[in-house]
Write a protein that binds this ligand. Structure first.
Ligand SMILES: NC(=O)C1=CN([C@@H]2O[C@H](COP(=O)(O)OP(=O)(O)OC[C@H]3O[C@@H](n4cnc5c(N)ncnc54)[C@H](O)[C@@H]3O)[C@@H](O)[C@H]2O)C=CC1
Ligand SMILES: O=C([O-])CC(=O)C(=O)O
Length: 328
């Protein structure tokens, strides 16, 4: 067994938390030889429910679970964290867009960013799941003085997985055959699931699925609206698939990306692809053998894609401007 790593998770008593904690504790994310300390952060009123989750974690007797610290105190919650998974926040209800939550949730991420900078390991990586996740990640990153911006991420992997599943179903293949699927921009209804560069079994999607009207229309809107469709059907926002995507994101950021492929996650833009510097935008990312990551350069952007990317980036710039009071 290696030395334990520490994973801090906010919103640990919530729906996503319930689907996330057990897989992290079981070794399914960091490996069967990697003990994990879980620091579980909740607001005071949710601490009794969190106690129940802790009892259940105890009752799993996971060999890889080293310790559990349930707390409402951010300093204690982020102490020595190697990873901070910021899930805790209010989900949207039917009829809302995710950025309708900015006023409700944005403020949560100022104190959490500060607490990460003050208490976590300097190498701590932070993944924001709570919506609107791109701009919440921007708020956390901007308030985490001294922490490198390349250690902050926002989750668009659920969108990537959704897009792969839609393309696979249309082509009649298993979803594992779909690669090079980039989600550009915001985790919102303006996101662009880029079918123009995606591949099925190594061939361009556009050669396998020749129904361009479907690709440009129904495919994109289905992916953009999938969260809303789940809220309508389930009466609550996606939780198990969101937890799964958070796990996929961490696994993709700690393991080298397969040759020629990429994965989607929102990172702080360095200006690549003309995306405004400093906003948290999803783009094609590769993880290197040494654990660093980079934006994949040279992915072709045709006129159709550029229009879609411009729209989602404009939305992100608008969100950033709307929260400027939360950004020091
Ligand atoms: N990026 C993505 O792809 C996705 C993001 N989400 C978002 O994830 C968030 C959580 O969703 P659920 O777990 O379903 O919601 P939930 O309501 O079941 O759980 C949220 C938990 O966060 C806690 N919480 C609220 N404020 C907190 C704070 N300041 N500090 C710590 N904990 C706090 C609540 O007490 C609650 O237990 C929502 O914002 C949702 O919209 C959901 C699905 C996908
Ligand atoms: O749609 C929502 O509000 C929850 C979410 O982010 C998703 O399922 O993608």
């Amino acid at each position: 067994m290696k030395d334990p790593i520490t994973v801090s998770i906010t919103g640990a008593a919530g729906q996503i938390g319930y689907a996330l904690l057990f897989r992290i504790a079981s070794g399914a994310v960091f490996g069967p030889d990697q003990p994990v300390n879980l620091r579980l952060i909740e607001i005071e009123p949710a601490l009794p429910a969190l106690d129940g989750v802790v009892m259940e974690l105890d009752d799993c007797a996971f060999p890889t679970l080293n310790s559990i610290t349930p707390t409402a105190d951010l300093a204690e919650g982020f102490k020595d964290a190697d990873w901070a998974l910021l899930v805790g926040s209010v989900p949207r209800k039917a009829g809302m867009e995710r950025n309708d939550l900015l006023n409700i949730n944005g403020g949560i991420f100022t104190g959490q960013g500060q607490a990460i900078a003050a208490n976590a390991k300097p190498s701590c990586r932070t993944l924001v799941v709570g919506n609107p996740c791109n701009t919440n990640a921007l708020i956390a990153m901007s308030n985490a003085a001294g922490m490198p911006s390349n250690q902050f991420f926002a989750m668009t992997r659920l969108d990537e997985n959704r897009a792969k599943s839609q393309l696979a179903a249309k082509a009649g293949v298993h979803h594992s055959k779909v690669t090079n699927l980039c989600i550009w921009g915001n985790h919102s209804a303006t996101q662009y699931p880029d079918f123009t560069n995606a591949k099925i079994d190594g061939k361009p999607v556009t050669e396998v699925i020749t129904d361009r009207e479907w690709l440009e229309g129904e495919f994109i809107s289905t992916v953009q609206q999938r969260g809303a469709a789940i809220i309508k059907a389930r009466g609550a926002s996606s939780a198990a698939s969101a937890a799964n995507a958070a796990i996929d994101t961490v696994i993709s950021l700690i393991n080298p990306t397969p040759e020629g492929d990429w994965h989607s996650v929102a990172v702080c833009s360095d200006g690549s692809y003309g995306i405004e510097k400093g906003i948290m935008a999803s783009m094609p990312i590769r993880t290197n053998a040494d654990g660093t990551w980079e934006v994949v350069q040279g992915v072709p952007v045709d006129a159709f894609s550029q229009g879609k990317i411009d729209a989602t980036i404009a939305e992100l710039v608008g969100e950033r401007d709307a929260v400027k009071d939360l950004i020091p």
